[in-house]
Design a binder for this molecule. Structure first.
Ligand SMILES: N[C@@H](CCC(=O)N[C@@H](CS)C(=O)NCC(=O)O)C(=O)O
Length: 280
């Protein structure tokens, strides 16, 4: 059952927020959906799933990215889930890069995190099924995200290439097994077995992707991003893409940092990119 929390008209369409009990994360989850003008049971629209980064909720993207005008024009619905399970019963840590607000879009295997931290199953299976049941959308999907959410979008698309028509990311964590954010999250959520970690690493997954499973991928990265060198490492992803001819386009953007100012500067291009593939 979905509980409607808000409904706001914007750009001729509707921004709505919902909460529901999740069977994947065993707690109440929140998500936001933008429905473009004219979306109805007789005019279903495709969906872009947006995965946000560390510390975000369902609100950051919808309020700060400036995406809704273009999405309205192109006739694309956008679904923005929360970034982790939340609540008093959900184990947490007093840090911005682990626990609530930092679910890393994986299924945790380690106690005490493995009961609730199942964001991979939530995003891949539960949420699309719920959205397709309750809203006027088709089964055509694209996926995008920022930073930790860029990591999530790329991992999910690489592991489920037939489920998404295209994938994009802003400032993604491309190689979490080789950066401090990834090391911390993966060791606590997944334990010491580094074979498990590779299942959630875009570079490792891309290395093992056959050309039948290639899907269009666009990445934008600001060169003034303070996390670029230690955490994000886009050069590791482009090196793999080059080796196997994966259809990745990386746009290095001069002067931009890690913030939503950067995302809002290029979100229209990402929406047009996804639109061109959702249509075909
Ligand atoms: N030190 C920062 C790191 C977190 C951060 O930069 N989060 C990015 C994603 S990795 C973000 O989108 N923050 C929320 C916002 O800008 O609205 C903080 O604690 O705010």
């Amino acid at each position: 059952m979905l509980d409607n929390l808000s409904a706001t008209k914007v750009n001729g369409g509707w921004h709505k927020q919902y909460s529901h009990i999740s069977t994947s994360t065993h707690c109440q989850m929140r998500f936001a959906i933008f429905l473009p003008p004219g979306a109805s049971q007789t005019n279903k629209v495709p969906v872009l799933y947006w995965l946000s980064g560390l510390t975000c909720t369902d609100e950051n993207f919808m309020q700060k990215a400036g995406a809704l005008k273009k999405a309205a024009e192109l006739g694309i619905a956008i679904v923005a889930p929360d970034t982790s399970p939340r609540g008093d019963n959900v184990p947490d840590q007093d840090s911005y890069d682990f626990g609530q607000g930092a679910g890393f879009y994986l299924n945790a295997t380690q106690a005490p995190y493995n009961t609730h931290y199942n964001m991979y199953d939530y995003i891949v299976h539960e949420l699309p099924a719920l959205v397709e049941q309750h809203f006027p959308v088709t089964t055509k999907k694209a996926i995008s995200g920022h930073s930790m959410g860029g990591h999530g979008a790329m991992v999910i698309a690489l592991r489920n290439p037939k489920s998404y028509s295209s994938v994009s990311a802003f400032s993604p964590i491309t190689n979490p097994i080789n950066c401090p954010w990834g090391h911390k999250a993966f060791s606590l959520y997944l334990g010491d077995d580094q074979m498990m970690w590779a299942n959630y690493d875009s570079c490792e997954l891309m290395k093992n992707t056959s050309s039948d499973d290639f899907l269009p991928m666009r990445v934008d990265q600001g060169d003034a991003d303070s996390f670029l060198i230690d955490q994000l490492k886009p050069e590791n992803l482009t090196a793999v893409a080059k080796q196997i001819n994966f259809p990745l386009t990386l746009h290095m953007q001069a002067g931009y940092d890690h913030s939503y100012y950067f995302i809002s500067s290029f979100i229209d291009e990402h929406l047009s990119f996804h639109h061109s593939h959702l249509r075909s």
